[in-house]
Design a protein around this ligand. Structure first.
Ligand code: HEM
Length: 422
Protein backbone atom coordinates (compact mmCIF):
# COMPACT_ATOMS: atom_id res chain seq x y z
CA UNK A 1 0.00 0.00 0.00
CA UNK A 2 1.24 3.52 -0.85
CA UNK A 3 1.96 5.92 1.99
CA UNK A 4 -0.53 8.81 1.79
CA UNK A 5 1.91 11.07 3.65
CA UNK A 6 4.06 11.27 0.50
CA UNK A 7 3.30 13.91 -2.17
CA UNK A 8 3.67 11.21 -4.81
CA UNK A 9 0.38 9.65 -3.56
CA UNK A 10 -2.87 11.24 -4.84
CA UNK A 11 -4.36 10.96 -1.32
CA UNK A 12 -1.68 13.36 -0.01
CA UNK A 13 -3.40 16.24 -1.87
CA UNK A 14 -6.59 17.06 0.00
CA UNK A 15 -7.82 20.45 -1.18
CA UNK A 16 -11.42 20.13 -2.45
CA UNK A 17 -10.82 23.15 -4.75
CA UNK A 18 -8.39 21.51 -7.16
CA UNK A 19 -9.85 20.27 -10.41
CA UNK A 20 -9.89 20.88 -14.16
CA UNK A 21 -12.34 23.83 -13.95
CA UNK A 22 -10.14 25.97 -11.68
CA UNK A 23 -7.02 25.02 -13.68
CA UNK A 24 -8.78 25.91 -16.92
CA UNK A 25 -10.06 29.30 -15.75
CA UNK A 26 -6.57 30.23 -14.53
CA UNK A 27 -5.07 28.81 -17.75
CA UNK A 28 -7.39 30.94 -19.87
CA UNK A 29 -6.33 34.11 -18.03
CA UNK A 30 -2.68 33.13 -18.53
CA UNK A 31 -3.28 32.38 -22.20
CA UNK A 32 -4.52 35.92 -22.84
CA UNK A 33 -2.04 37.66 -20.50
CA UNK A 34 1.08 35.79 -21.59
CA UNK A 35 0.25 36.20 -25.27
CA UNK A 36 0.05 39.98 -24.77
CA UNK A 37 3.31 39.87 -22.79
CA UNK A 38 5.08 37.94 -25.54
CA UNK A 39 3.90 40.33 -28.26
CA UNK A 40 4.85 43.43 -26.25
CA UNK A 41 8.21 41.81 -25.40
CA UNK A 42 8.93 41.24 -29.10
CA UNK A 43 7.90 44.84 -29.81
CA UNK A 44 10.32 46.03 -27.15
CA UNK A 45 13.06 44.11 -28.90
CA UNK A 46 12.17 45.78 -32.22
CA UNK A 47 12.16 49.18 -30.50
CA UNK A 48 15.81 48.71 -29.55
CA UNK A 49 16.66 48.64 -33.28
CA UNK A 50 18.75 45.50 -32.87
CA UNK A 51 19.33 45.48 -36.64
CA UNK A 52 21.76 48.29 -35.96
CA UNK A 53 24.16 45.78 -34.41
CA UNK A 54 26.53 45.69 -32.73
CA UNK A 55 25.66 49.02 -31.15
CA UNK A 56 22.21 48.71 -29.62
CA UNK A 57 22.05 44.98 -29.11
CA UNK A 58 24.67 42.28 -28.95
CA UNK A 59 22.45 39.22 -28.68
CA UNK A 60 24.29 36.57 -30.69
CA UNK A 61 22.50 34.42 -33.28
CA UNK A 62 19.42 36.54 -33.17
CA UNK A 63 19.07 36.26 -36.97
CA UNK A 64 16.47 33.52 -36.76
CA UNK A 65 14.67 34.95 -33.74
CA UNK A 66 14.78 38.44 -35.17
CA UNK A 67 12.94 37.41 -38.36
CA UNK A 68 10.16 39.91 -37.74
CA UNK A 69 12.26 43.00 -36.95
CA UNK A 70 11.11 46.27 -38.49
CA UNK A 71 11.92 49.97 -38.27
CA UNK A 72 10.38 51.21 -35.04
CA UNK A 73 8.04 54.14 -35.81
CA UNK A 74 8.06 57.55 -34.11
CA UNK A 75 4.24 57.75 -34.00
CA UNK A 76 2.30 57.72 -31.82
CA UNK A 77 4.94 59.29 -29.52
CA UNK A 78 3.58 57.34 -26.52
CA UNK A 79 3.89 53.98 -28.32
CA UNK A 80 6.75 52.53 -26.25
CA UNK A 81 5.25 54.00 -23.10
CA UNK A 82 2.16 51.91 -23.80
CA UNK A 83 3.76 48.67 -25.00
CA UNK A 84 6.41 48.48 -22.30
CA UNK A 85 4.05 49.74 -19.58
CA UNK A 86 1.65 46.90 -20.48
CA UNK A 87 4.50 44.35 -20.63
CA UNK A 88 5.87 45.17 -17.18
CA UNK A 89 2.50 45.77 -15.49
CA UNK A 90 1.20 42.41 -16.74
CA UNK A 91 4.43 40.73 -15.61
CA UNK A 92 3.63 41.83 -12.06
CA UNK A 93 -0.15 41.45 -12.09
CA UNK A 94 -0.06 37.88 -13.45
CA UNK A 95 2.16 36.58 -10.64
CA UNK A 96 -0.76 35.49 -8.38
CA UNK A 97 -2.45 33.83 -11.38
CA UNK A 98 0.73 31.94 -12.30
CA UNK A 99 1.24 30.79 -8.70
CA UNK A 100 -2.40 29.72 -8.40
CA UNK A 101 -2.16 27.81 -11.69
CA UNK A 102 0.92 25.96 -10.45
CA UNK A 103 -0.83 25.24 -7.15
CA UNK A 104 -3.84 23.85 -9.01
CA UNK A 105 -1.71 21.28 -10.88
CA UNK A 106 0.90 20.55 -8.24
CA UNK A 107 -0.22 16.91 -7.70
CA UNK A 108 0.67 16.24 -11.35
CA UNK A 109 4.22 17.44 -10.78
CA UNK A 110 4.71 14.64 -8.26
CA UNK A 111 3.16 11.96 -10.44
CA UNK A 112 4.99 8.61 -10.29
CA UNK A 113 6.27 6.87 -12.27
CA UNK A 114 7.36 10.10 -14.03
CA UNK A 115 6.24 8.71 -17.41
CA UNK A 116 4.78 5.43 -18.66
CA UNK A 117 5.06 6.08 -22.38
CA UNK A 118 7.53 7.91 -24.62
CA UNK A 119 4.96 10.58 -25.53
CA UNK A 120 4.22 11.22 -21.85
CA UNK A 121 7.99 11.42 -21.17
CA UNK A 122 8.31 14.05 -23.90
CA UNK A 123 5.33 15.93 -22.53
CA UNK A 124 6.84 15.93 -19.05
CA UNK A 125 10.07 17.30 -20.47
CA UNK A 126 8.09 20.13 -22.06
CA UNK A 127 6.34 20.70 -18.70
CA UNK A 128 9.78 21.08 -17.11
CA UNK A 129 10.64 23.77 -19.66
CA UNK A 130 7.20 25.34 -19.19
CA UNK A 131 7.37 25.62 -15.41
CA UNK A 132 11.12 26.37 -15.28
CA UNK A 133 10.80 28.83 -18.17
CA UNK A 134 7.82 30.63 -16.59
CA UNK A 135 9.57 30.98 -13.23
CA UNK A 136 12.81 32.09 -14.91
CA UNK A 137 11.26 34.68 -17.22
CA UNK A 138 8.99 36.18 -14.55
CA UNK A 139 11.76 36.22 -11.95
CA UNK A 140 14.43 37.82 -14.17
CA UNK A 141 11.90 40.43 -15.33
CA UNK A 142 10.83 41.31 -11.80
CA UNK A 143 14.41 41.46 -10.50
CA UNK A 144 15.30 43.73 -13.39
CA UNK A 145 12.53 46.25 -12.77
CA UNK A 146 13.53 46.30 -9.11
CA UNK A 147 17.06 47.13 -10.33
CA UNK A 148 18.36 43.98 -8.60
CA UNK A 149 20.78 42.41 -11.06
CA UNK A 150 21.32 39.26 -9.00
CA UNK A 151 21.39 36.86 -11.91
CA UNK A 152 24.66 35.88 -13.52
CA UNK A 153 25.20 37.37 -16.96
CA UNK A 154 23.41 39.93 -19.04
CA UNK A 155 19.70 40.35 -18.21
CA UNK A 156 18.80 41.12 -21.76
CA UNK A 157 20.13 37.88 -23.23
CA UNK A 158 18.84 35.73 -20.38
CA UNK A 159 15.33 37.18 -20.60
CA UNK A 160 15.30 37.08 -24.40
CA UNK A 161 16.39 33.46 -24.84
CA UNK A 162 14.47 32.38 -21.72
CA UNK A 163 11.30 33.84 -23.24
CA UNK A 164 11.74 31.86 -26.47
CA UNK A 165 12.28 28.59 -24.58
CA UNK A 166 9.31 29.30 -22.33
CA UNK A 167 7.05 30.30 -25.22
CA UNK A 168 7.91 27.16 -27.23
CA UNK A 169 6.85 25.02 -24.25
CA UNK A 170 3.83 27.28 -23.67
CA UNK A 171 2.54 26.87 -27.25
CA UNK A 172 2.92 23.09 -27.02
CA UNK A 173 1.12 23.06 -23.65
CA UNK A 174 -1.78 25.12 -25.00
CA UNK A 175 -2.12 22.86 -28.06
CA UNK A 176 -2.15 19.75 -25.85
CA UNK A 177 -4.37 21.11 -23.06
CA UNK A 178 -6.79 23.48 -24.82
CA UNK A 179 -9.31 20.69 -25.67
CA UNK A 180 -9.39 19.55 -22.01
CA UNK A 181 -9.71 23.17 -20.86
CA UNK A 182 -12.67 23.81 -23.18
CA UNK A 183 -14.31 20.55 -22.04
CA UNK A 184 -13.87 21.45 -18.36
CA UNK A 185 -15.30 24.94 -18.81
CA UNK A 186 -18.29 23.64 -20.80
CA UNK A 187 -19.00 20.80 -18.42
CA UNK A 188 -19.15 23.11 -15.43
CA UNK A 189 -21.47 25.50 -17.34
CA UNK A 190 -23.81 22.73 -18.55
CA UNK A 191 -23.73 20.43 -15.51
CA UNK A 192 -22.70 22.61 -12.54
CA UNK A 193 -23.83 20.11 -9.88
CA UNK A 194 -21.85 17.12 -11.15
CA UNK A 195 -18.64 16.36 -9.25
CA UNK A 196 -15.47 16.98 -11.27
CA UNK A 197 -13.23 14.24 -12.57
CA UNK A 198 -9.54 14.45 -13.28
CA UNK A 199 -6.02 13.73 -12.06
CA UNK A 200 -5.91 16.80 -9.86
CA UNK A 201 -9.23 16.15 -8.10
CA UNK A 202 -8.48 14.96 -4.53
CA UNK A 203 -9.64 11.33 -4.00
CA UNK A 204 -10.28 12.01 -0.30
CA UNK A 205 -10.76 15.77 0.06
CA UNK A 206 -10.88 17.78 3.29
CA UNK A 207 -14.17 19.63 3.97
CA UNK A 208 -14.23 22.89 1.96
CA UNK A 209 -13.42 26.17 3.72
CA UNK A 210 -13.89 28.25 0.55
CA UNK A 211 -15.58 27.84 -2.80
CA UNK A 212 -13.74 27.65 -6.13
CA UNK A 213 -15.20 31.02 -7.04
CA UNK A 214 -13.96 32.36 -3.68
CA UNK A 215 -10.47 31.10 -4.56
CA UNK A 216 -10.66 32.94 -7.89
CA UNK A 217 -11.74 36.15 -6.12
CA UNK A 218 -8.78 35.75 -3.79
CA UNK A 219 -6.34 35.41 -6.71
CA UNK A 220 -8.03 38.30 -8.56
CA UNK A 221 -7.81 40.44 -5.40
CA UNK A 222 -4.06 39.76 -5.21
CA UNK A 223 -3.66 40.80 -8.85
CA UNK A 224 -5.75 43.94 -8.28
CA UNK A 225 -3.62 44.91 -5.28
CA UNK A 226 -0.46 44.48 -7.34
CA UNK A 227 -2.00 46.51 -10.16
CA UNK A 228 -2.93 49.38 -7.84
CA UNK A 229 0.57 49.49 -6.35
CA UNK A 230 2.26 49.27 -9.76
CA UNK A 231 0.31 51.34 -12.28
CA UNK A 232 1.60 54.62 -10.76
CA UNK A 233 5.02 53.87 -12.28
CA UNK A 234 3.62 55.23 -15.52
CA UNK A 235 2.04 58.49 -14.39
CA UNK A 236 3.89 61.39 -12.73
CA UNK A 237 0.94 62.30 -10.50
CA UNK A 238 0.37 58.69 -9.35
CA UNK A 239 4.03 57.90 -8.68
CA UNK A 240 3.66 58.01 -4.85
CA UNK A 241 1.16 55.12 -5.15
CA UNK A 242 3.72 52.90 -6.91
CA UNK A 243 4.69 51.28 -3.63
CA UNK A 244 6.45 48.35 -5.30
CA UNK A 245 8.73 50.51 -7.47
CA UNK A 246 12.29 50.88 -6.22
CA UNK A 247 12.48 53.99 -4.02
CA UNK A 248 15.33 56.00 -2.57
CA UNK A 249 17.40 55.37 -5.70
CA UNK A 250 18.27 58.18 -8.13
CA UNK A 251 15.51 60.50 -6.88
CA UNK A 252 15.09 63.38 -9.35
CA UNK A 253 14.11 66.10 -6.82
CA UNK A 254 11.81 69.04 -7.64
CA UNK A 255 11.78 71.80 -10.26
CA UNK A 256 11.89 71.61 -14.07
CA UNK A 257 14.06 68.47 -13.91
CA UNK A 258 11.90 66.85 -11.24
CA UNK A 259 10.87 63.81 -13.26
CA UNK A 260 12.18 60.29 -13.08
CA UNK A 261 15.69 59.11 -13.93
CA UNK A 262 17.34 55.71 -13.78
CA UNK A 263 20.97 56.70 -13.31
CA UNK A 264 22.52 59.86 -11.88
CA UNK A 265 25.49 61.58 -13.54
CA UNK A 266 27.71 60.57 -10.61
CA UNK A 267 26.66 56.90 -10.90
CA UNK A 268 27.92 56.63 -14.48
CA UNK A 269 31.15 58.48 -13.79
CA UNK A 270 30.38 61.93 -15.27
CA UNK A 271 32.77 64.46 -13.71
CA UNK A 272 31.39 68.04 -13.43
CA UNK A 273 34.72 69.34 -14.82
CA UNK A 274 34.16 67.65 -18.21
CA UNK A 275 30.65 69.02 -18.74
CA UNK A 276 31.62 72.68 -18.10
CA UNK A 277 30.77 74.91 -21.09
CA UNK A 278 34.42 75.92 -21.55
CA UNK A 279 35.50 72.27 -21.83
CA UNK A 280 32.63 70.27 -23.40
CA UNK A 281 32.37 69.98 -27.19
CA UNK A 282 29.99 68.00 -29.43
CA UNK A 283 31.98 66.15 -32.10
CA UNK A 284 29.87 65.92 -35.25
CA UNK A 285 30.97 63.67 -38.12
CA UNK A 286 29.51 63.18 -41.60
CA UNK A 287 30.34 63.72 -45.28
CA UNK A 288 31.31 67.32 -44.45
CA UNK A 289 34.08 66.02 -42.18
CA UNK A 290 34.36 66.39 -38.42
CA UNK A 291 33.55 69.54 -36.51
CA UNK A 292 33.43 70.37 -32.85
CA UNK A 293 30.61 72.53 -31.53
CA UNK A 294 30.34 74.34 -28.22
CA UNK A 295 27.07 74.48 -26.30
CA UNK A 296 26.82 78.19 -27.18
CA UNK A 297 27.08 77.33 -30.89
CA UNK A 298 24.31 74.75 -30.51
CA UNK A 299 22.16 77.31 -28.68
CA UNK A 300 22.76 79.74 -31.54
CA UNK A 301 21.20 77.24 -34.02
CA UNK A 302 17.44 77.24 -34.57
CA UNK A 303 15.80 75.89 -31.37
CA UNK A 304 12.69 73.72 -31.45
CA UNK A 305 10.29 72.43 -28.80
CA UNK A 306 8.87 68.89 -28.49
CA UNK A 307 6.46 67.59 -25.84
CA UNK A 308 7.58 64.01 -25.27
CA UNK A 309 7.61 61.43 -22.45
CA UNK A 310 10.54 59.28 -21.32
CA UNK A 311 9.60 55.61 -21.36
CA UNK A 312 12.07 53.22 -19.79
CA UNK A 313 12.57 49.59 -20.69
CA UNK A 314 12.17 48.88 -16.97
CA UNK A 315 8.51 49.76 -17.28
CA UNK A 316 8.27 53.24 -15.84
CA UNK A 317 7.44 56.32 -17.86
CA UNK A 318 6.91 60.02 -17.33
CA UNK A 319 4.20 62.26 -18.64
CA UNK A 320 5.14 64.61 -21.51
CA UNK A 321 8.04 66.94 -20.75
CA UNK A 322 8.75 70.12 -22.77
CA UNK A 323 12.15 69.57 -24.40
CA UNK A 324 13.97 72.32 -26.30
CA UNK A 325 17.03 71.99 -28.50
CA UNK A 326 18.35 71.41 -32.02
CA UNK A 327 16.62 69.05 -34.44
CA UNK A 328 18.62 65.91 -35.20
CA UNK A 329 17.89 66.41 -38.89
CA UNK A 330 19.44 69.92 -38.72
CA UNK A 331 22.56 68.35 -37.21
CA UNK A 332 22.56 65.74 -40.01
CA UNK A 333 22.48 68.61 -42.54
CA UNK A 334 25.30 70.35 -40.70
CA UNK A 335 27.29 67.11 -40.90
CA UNK A 336 26.87 67.18 -44.69
CA UNK A 337 23.67 65.18 -45.32
CA UNK A 338 21.90 68.03 -47.09
CA UNK A 339 20.00 66.05 -49.73
CA UNK A 340 17.77 62.98 -49.49
CA UNK A 341 16.34 61.47 -46.33
CA UNK A 342 18.52 61.80 -43.21
CA UNK A 343 20.77 58.79 -42.45
CA UNK A 344 21.19 56.77 -39.26
CA UNK A 345 23.23 58.25 -36.45
CA UNK A 346 25.54 56.74 -33.87
CA UNK A 347 25.33 58.71 -30.62
CA UNK A 348 28.07 58.34 -28.00
CA UNK A 349 27.96 59.50 -24.42
CA UNK A 350 30.55 60.71 -21.94
CA UNK A 351 29.27 58.14 -19.47
CA UNK A 352 31.68 55.48 -18.31
CA UNK A 353 29.50 53.02 -16.41
CA UNK A 354 26.11 51.49 -17.20
CA UNK A 355 24.73 49.94 -20.35
CA UNK A 356 24.29 51.81 -23.61
CA UNK A 357 27.29 54.12 -23.57
CA UNK A 358 26.39 54.51 -27.22
CA UNK A 359 23.15 54.04 -29.14
CA UNK A 360 22.14 54.07 -32.76
CA UNK A 361 19.05 55.69 -34.26
CA UNK A 362 17.56 54.98 -37.64
CA UNK A 363 17.05 57.51 -40.40
CA UNK A 364 13.27 57.64 -39.75
CA UNK A 365 13.98 58.65 -36.15
CA UNK A 366 16.51 61.31 -37.21
CA UNK A 367 14.02 62.66 -39.77
CA UNK A 368 11.18 63.25 -37.29
CA UNK A 369 10.74 66.98 -36.58
CA UNK A 370 10.34 66.21 -32.85
CA UNK A 371 13.66 64.36 -32.52
CA UNK A 372 16.02 66.73 -30.73
CA UNK A 373 19.43 67.07 -29.26
CA UNK A 374 17.85 68.69 -26.21
CA UNK A 375 19.65 71.43 -24.31
CA UNK A 376 16.78 72.40 -22.00
CA UNK A 377 13.69 70.85 -20.45
CA UNK A 378 10.59 72.49 -18.99
CA UNK A 379 12.03 75.97 -19.45
CA UNK A 380 15.42 75.43 -17.78
CA UNK A 381 18.80 74.05 -18.91
CA UNK A 382 19.05 70.26 -18.50
CA UNK A 383 20.08 69.19 -15.02
CA UNK A 384 23.25 67.11 -14.64
CA UNK A 385 21.16 63.96 -14.04
CA UNK A 386 19.02 64.58 -17.13
CA UNK A 387 22.12 64.74 -19.34
CA UNK A 388 23.62 68.25 -19.27
CA UNK A 389 25.13 69.58 -21.56
CA UNK A 390 23.03 67.78 -24.23
CA UNK A 391 20.86 64.70 -24.59
CA UNK A 392 18.88 63.00 -27.31
CA UNK A 393 15.09 62.78 -27.17
CA UNK A 394 13.20 60.84 -29.85
CA UNK A 395 9.43 60.20 -29.98
CA UNK A 396 8.34 56.63 -29.12
CA UNK A 397 11.92 55.43 -28.54
CA UNK A 398 12.86 53.45 -25.41
CA UNK A 399 14.63 55.58 -22.78
CA UNK A 400 17.97 53.82 -23.33
CA UNK A 401 18.14 55.22 -26.86
CA UNK A 402 17.66 58.77 -25.56
CA UNK A 403 21.37 59.07 -24.79
CA UNK A 404 22.39 61.52 -22.06
CA UNK A 405 25.67 63.51 -21.79
CA UNK A 406 26.20 63.25 -25.57
CA UNK A 407 29.76 63.90 -26.74
CA UNK A 408 29.82 62.52 -30.30
CA UNK A 409 27.37 62.04 -33.17
CA UNK A 410 28.36 60.19 -36.34
CA UNK A 411 25.87 60.34 -39.21
CA UNK A 412 25.90 57.62 -41.87
CA UNK A 413 24.54 54.19 -42.79
CA UNK A 414 24.97 52.00 -39.70
CA UNK A 415 23.21 48.89 -40.95
CA UNK A 416 26.24 47.50 -42.80
CA UNK A 417 29.13 48.30 -40.51
CA UNK A 418 27.70 49.03 -37.09
CA UNK A 419 29.50 52.38 -37.29
CA UNK A 420 28.77 55.48 -39.38
CA UNK A 421 30.51 55.00 -42.72
CA UNK A 422 30.63 58.54 -43.92
C1 HEM B 1 2.61 29.93 -17.51
C2 HEM B 1 1.70 29.15 -18.04
C3 HEM B 1 1.35 27.77 -17.57
C4 HEM B 1 2.00 26.93 -16.70
C5 HEM B 1 3.30 27.19 -15.96
C6 HEM B 1 1.23 25.73 -16.62
C7 HEM B 1 1.58 24.62 -15.88
C8 HEM B 1 0.89 23.41 -15.94
C9 HEM B 1 1.39 22.17 -15.39
C10 HEM B 1 2.71 22.02 -14.68
C11 HEM B 1 0.46 21.21 -15.63
C12 HEM B 1 0.55 19.72 -15.28
C13 HEM B 1 1.14 19.10 -16.52
C14 HEM B 1 1.32 17.61 -16.50
O1 HEM B 1 2.07 17.11 -15.65
O2 HEM B 1 0.76 16.98 -17.39
C15 HEM B 1 -0.66 21.83 -16.31
C16 HEM B 1 -1.82 21.20 -16.68
C17 HEM B 1 -2.85 21.80 -17.36
N1 HEM B 1 -2.85 23.08 -17.87
FE1 HEM B 1 -1.38 24.46 -17.67
N2 HEM B 1 0.11 25.87 -17.42
C18 HEM B 1 0.16 27.08 -18.02
C19 HEM B 1 -0.74 27.60 -18.91
C20 HEM B 1 -1.94 26.97 -19.30
C21 HEM B 1 -2.87 27.50 -20.23
C22 HEM B 1 -2.68 28.80 -21.01
C23 HEM B 1 -3.92 26.63 -20.29
C24 HEM B 1 -5.17 26.77 -21.12
C25 HEM B 1 -5.28 26.27 -22.28
C26 HEM B 1 -3.63 25.52 -19.41
C27 HEM B 1 -4.44 24.44 -19.17
C28 HEM B 1 -4.06 23.29 -18.50
C29 HEM B 1 -4.88 22.10 -18.34
C30 HEM B 1 -6.31 21.92 -18.84
C31 HEM B 1 -4.14 21.17 -17.63
C32 HEM B 1 -4.56 19.77 -17.19
C33 HEM B 1 -5.04 19.80 -15.78
C34 HEM B 1 -5.53 18.43 -15.31
O3 HEM B 1 -4.95 17.41 -15.68
O4 HEM B 1 -6.51 18.43 -14.56
N3 HEM B 1 -2.40 25.76 -18.82
N4 HEM B 1 -0.35 23.18 -16.50
Amino acid sequence: MRDHRLPTTPAFWRSPLRGPWLTSVLGTVLLVGITVMFVTGLLSYAAYNPDLAPVNDQTPDKGLLGFYLFSWPTDPPWLYRLTQGVHVTLGIVLVPVLLAKLWSVVPKLFETPPARTLSRALERLSVLLLVGGALFVFLTGILNIQLDYLFPGDFYRLHFYGAWVFMSAFVLHVVLRAPAAVRALRRRRDRPDEPEEGDTVAPSPDPPTASRRGALWFVGGGSLLLFLTTVGRNFDSLRPTALLAPHGHAEPGDGPGGFQINKTAAEVGIRPAETRDEVWRLTLTGPAGTRRLTRAELLAMEQHTAELPIACVEGWSTSNQRWRGVRLRDLAALAGHTTGPPPDVLVESLQRGGAFRSAALRGNQVADHRSLLALAVNGAPLTADHGYPARVIVPAAPGVLNTKWVERMTFGDLSRTGRGDS
